[in-house]
Structures are given as C-alpha cells and as structure tokens.
Design a protein around this ligand. Structure first.
Ligand SMILES: [Fe+2]
Length: 205
C-alpha cells in the first residue's frame, strides 16, 4: 500500500495549503513558502536521482514537508510540524506525515530550549513519536534540503543558519546541533552521490 501521494495529488494538496495560507499571511511570506517548498522539492529530486532514490517520492516529500504551515500557530496553538503530521495521517499519507514531523528534528534527542518558539506539548509529543523511528534516507534528504532554501534564495546551510539566528534572535549555541546535523547529512549525501552536493545544486559557499 502506497502511503505517498503521486505528483498530481501532491500538487493539489500543495495548492490547497497555499489557498488556506493566503487567507491570513502577507504576500511576501506566501511567496517565501511557495519558493521554499518548490525549491526543496526540486533539490531533493535532483539529489535522489543522483543517488538512486525514488525521485518522484523525494519531490512530493519536499513539496509537502511544510504542509502544516498553512495553519497559523498563533491562532491554532499548534506547531506546523504537528499540524502537518496529524492532518496528513488522517488523509492516509503516512510517508508525508512522517516528513512533516522529522524534517524539524534532525537530532532526535533535541533540546526543548532550541525550539522555544513552539508549544512545549507539541515538542514533547514530537520527541515521543520520533524516538520510535529510525531515520531513513528520505528523512535525511528533506532535513538537508530544508537547510538550503532561505526566503527566496538557495544558500549554503551555514548561511541559512546565520539567517535563522538573526530572524529568531537565537544565540549561536542554539543552532550548534542543527549545524552539526546539517554537516553530517551533507557528508552522507556527498558520499552517496559521489560528488559535492553544493556543486550538484550550484550552491556557493
Ligand atoms: Fe521547510
């Protein structure tokens, strides 16, 4: 049984997320969501085809990894990762539901302090759920690609983490774990693809 939608179904869900989001978010942020998700889908598919993973699945997971962002956390009181996980689970797309959860937590045993903008109850639930998973290549792939798409540009993970710190007023030590996991994931796919991922995706660093 497939638990990942085909591209046509995925695009339909993605367009729905844009429609819902457009009701409450400013145009600039909506454009960033569109760019971010499209770019991650394209980059994930590019890497997948190079290292013999399922290119179509990688594209779909990239496109829908932030599906939960359609809901305003300030109103719902629920994080985008738990919203995406719960809604896609109900729809029966468990592969995509899983990615909505795992893309936010490259380190499974994360520190709650590093995720202070999210509700603690969601973080506790997320930690319990991911503790039962063994991260596979698709979890790692989307975690890595998520590190390259910043606003409306494609950048190195080092640059993206710097912008994340500026945006959320985080100290350098709060992104150390994310930086280490990004380096690990990049090294993993560099080896798997037999090339530097930055060259493959034309990222300057
Ligand atoms: Fe993302």
């Amino acid at each position: 049984m497939t638990t990942c939608p085909d591209i046509k179904t995925a695009v339909r869900l993605w367009v729905k997320s844009i429609d819902v989001m457009s009701e409450w978010i400013l145009g600039q942020y909506l454009r960033e969501y569109i760019y971010h998700t499209e770019t991650i889908a394209e980059n994930a598919a590019k890497i997948a085809s190079r290292c013999h993973l399922d290119e179509q699945k990688a594209y779909v997971l990239g496109l829908l990894h932030d599906y939960g962002k359609k809901t305003n956390q300030k109103i719902s009181g629920k994080s985008h990762f738990m919203t995406g996980y719960d809604e896609l689970t109900v729809m029966g797309w468990s592969d995509v539901a899983r990615i909505n959860l795992t893309h936010s937590f490259p380190e499974k045993d994360f520190d709650y302090k590093d995720y202070s903008s999210y509700p603690l109850a969601d973080l506790q639930r997320a930690k319990a759920l991911i503790s039962q998973l063994d991260y596979d290549d698709y979890d790692r792939l989307i975690q890595l690609c998520d590190m390259f798409a910043e606003a409306t540009s494609t950048v190195s993970y080092q640059k993206r983490l710097q912008r994340i710190r500026e945006r959320y007023g985080l100290k350098e030590e709060q992104t150390i774990v994310l930086e280490r996991k990004a380096a690990e994931n990049k090294a993993y796919f560099d080896a798997k693809c037999g090339c530097d991922i930055y060259d493959l995706l034309r990222i300057e660093y």
